[in-house]
Design a protein around this ligand. Structure first.
Ligand code: SF4
Ligand code: SF4
Length: 96
């Protein structure tokens, strides 16, 4: 018997500018995704999205690889800690 695949029941609010401005202005380090390591890319792509799921600012959009909205990324590094393939490196803001 075929089992229908349903979308996950999860609510996501888009990031908005609060009283303190866009949260990206707080950042001292920025996450950079290496597509060569991201599980969603390559010859045998797999579902992942853990960075998207754990980002407290909803600054990550799912994709292959995911994209980060730096206007709202506050540089907490949670995405990098949760990435199972260590595809996300935190780079100091004063480095290109
Ligand atoms: S988890 Fe933190 S560092 Fe990663 S994209 Fe979200 S706000 Fe930025
Ligand atoms: S958590 Fe890591 S492997 Fe998974 S989608 Fe994000 S960057 Fe790719």
């Amino acid at each position: 018997m075929m089992v229908e695949k349903k979308p996950p029941l999860i609510g996501v609010s888009p990031p908005v500018e609060g009283e303190a401005g866009q949260t990206g202005t707080w950042r001292s380090e920025r996450p950079v995704i290496d597509p060569k390591r991201c599980l969603t890319c390559g010859d045998k792509p797999r579902d992942c999205g853990l960075c998207w799921m754990y980002c407290p600012e909803a600054a990550i959009t799912q994709g292959a690889p995911p994209t980060i909205d730096y206007r709202y990324c506050k540089g907490c590094g949670i995405c990098g800690k949760e990435c199972p393939s260590k595809a996300i490196e935190m780079i100091p803001e004063n480095e290109p």
